[in-house]
Design a protein around this ligand. Structure first.
Ligand SMILES: Nc1ncnc2c1ncn2[C@@H]1O[C@H](COP(=O)(O)OP(=O)(O)OP(=O)(O)O)[C@@H](O)[C@H]1O
Ligand SMILES: O=P(O)(O)OC[C@H]1O[C@](O)(CO)[C@@H](O)[C@@H]1O
Ligand SMILES: [Mg+2]
Length: 447
């Protein structure tokens, strides 16, 4: 297979001097040949190719990991760590590993936590951190630094970075945070400040693009099983029982999809990426009628962003936004419970029916990370440190097909990871649930 490989350029700080990596003297590392990553080490963006195709151009990213030379004098590093947006399992592990990694691997002693998200840069006192202070943070849900939405005032933030003399900034957040990090990176560059900026992608929704998955996502899917199992028990213990579970997923249905595939108890999974309808041939009610007749119970999993356009709302509800500008949803679970009860009351007024609605959303994202995610958070944090210490900036560390790479920040900020409704995974969901193919049914009806 021929074809050019274009390597995504990584911005790097120019005004710093090369130094020997202190890992050379670290008693736990014995850097041998191949230990240090060089500029020729790359990670291909995709691993699946059609070899029969003549020539295909390939995209590659610089590989993450320690470089032989670093660009900072460790004693001159003053690092800031901030967490923004919604909670996600593992945030505290990333903070902990940034602190321990900077301290133990590179001998950095000036490490600060910025409280309460972006606003904390200019409105709160930075908190000095060291390995002792963070030693058990990986066992705690949430973020000890606290987070917030909104409060992004670019000049206040960059002024504060400059005033406090931070020369490394580790920004942990989701798609919104990454968009903010791009603006900070651009302003730092404009001001010609020698400050390394890196974004560590975080969102329980797993809606950040390019990387294999967001940390905390697997923990969230694992926790969702408990809610789905409870809904299944409630449903099968009732006459004509429906177990209804709402999961997180503002604009993507990854948690609902993966929880459905893992649990095997789900009869219908509804996500924001799909259109579905309730009444008529091929609709949800026809499907549930059949399922209740066959089994006497059914389990419905719905992502919070699914069906929002079907829920009646007044003008102010249509306009409502959270502090970051994200649309505020109406509770699709409460709406579903009422439409299901209306439907059954109309069709079977004299038959028993019950809907048990479970909303585990905040419970799921507030738990500590599981073992897999804790390991992932460690590798992610260390990748970030190695990249910043090597003088890279404006980048996001993350696994691509299992190998950690450095991706330009702007590329990540602009790429959303939506569920691909035409790929095998969604077909697998439909084969596991036997739910209606709403899109095809709908098209068939409108022909
Ligand atoms: N386009 C943008 N430009 C600058 N800052 C932004 C932008 N979008 C969001 N932000 C800021 O980024 C921070 C986090 O954004 P948001 O609340 O949307 O959460 P998030 O990072 O998307 O994480 P999650 O989706 O996991 O909740 C907020 O302080 C918000 O003000
Ligand atoms: O944390 P808040 O402001 O209640 O927002 C909840 C939102 O945060 C997320 O957990 C992540 O964006 C979404 O799944 C959910 O819609
Ligand atoms: Mg977001």
């Amino acid at each position: 297979m021929t074809g050019a490989t274009s390597i995504r350029k990584l911005p790097s700080l120019s005004g710093l001097h090369h130094r020997r990596n202190p890992l050379e003297d670290n008693p736990f590392f014995h850097p041998s040949d191949g230990f240090y990553i060089t500029t020729s080490d790359v990670i291909l963006a995709q691993v699946a190719y059609d070899l029969s195709a003549q020539s295909q151009s390939r995209v590659a990213y610089h590989r993450a990991g320690p470089r032989r030379e670093i660009m900072y004098e460790p004693s001159a590093v003053k690092a800031a760590i901030v967490t923004c947006g919604g909670l996600c399992p593992g945030m505290n592990t990333v903070i902990r590993e940034l602190v321990v990694g900077l301290w133990e691997l590179y001998g950095v002693r000036e490490i600060y936590g910025i409280p309460a998200g972006y606003r904390g840069f200019y409105s709160m006192e930075a908190v000095k951190l060291d390995p002792k202070a963070v030693h058990d943070w990986h066992k705690k849900g949430g973020t000890v630094l606290a987070t917030s939405r909104g409060g992004f005032h670019l000049h206040n933030i960059v002024d504060a970075i400059q005033l406090n003399g931070f020369n490394q900034v580790y920004i942990i957040g989701g798609d919104g945070t990454m968009r903010g990090a791009v603006e900070i990176f651009k302003e730092i560059t404009l001001r010609k400040l020698e400050v390394g900026i890196t974004g560590i992608p975080k969102t329980v929704d797993n809606d950040v693009g390019i990387i294999d998955r967001s940390f905390g996502f697997q923990t969230a899917v694992e926790m969702a099983q408990q809610a789905i199992s409870a809904a299944h028990v409630e449903a099968e213990s009732a006459v004509n029982g429906i177990g209804l579970v709402k999961l997180m997923g503002r604009s993507t249905g990854h948690i609902a999809l993966h929880a459905t595939l893992s649990s095997r108890d789900v009869d219908c999974c509804l996500i924001p990426e799909m259109d579905f309808y309730l009444e008529g041939k091929g609709g949800l009610f026809e499907f549930l009628e059949k399922r209740l007749k066959e089994r006497g119970h059914a389990v419905l999993v719905v992502a919070e962003g699914a069906g929002q356009e079907m829920i009646p709302r007044n003008e102010s509800q249509k306009q409502e936004r959270d502090e970051s500008g994200n649309p505020v949803f109406l509770d699709v679970g409460v709406w579903f419970k009422s439409v299901l009860k209306d439907w059954w009351g109309r069709e079977h007024p004299d038959e028993l029916f019950t809907v048990k609605y479970i909303d585990p959303t905040y419970m799921i994202r507030a738990v500590p990370a599981n073992a897999t995610d804790n390991l992932y958070c460690t590798l992610l944090a260390h990748s970030a440190i190695h990249g910043v210490m090597a003088g890279y900036t404006g980048f996001v560390p993350g696994p691509i097909n299992g190998n950690y790479a450095y991706i330009p920040l702007e590329e990540v900020a602009l790429t959303k990871n939506k569920v691909n409704m035409s790929d095998h995974k969604w077909a697998w969901v439909r084969s596991v649930t036997n739910q209606p193919d709403f899109e095809t049914n709908f098209k068939g009806q409108s022909l």
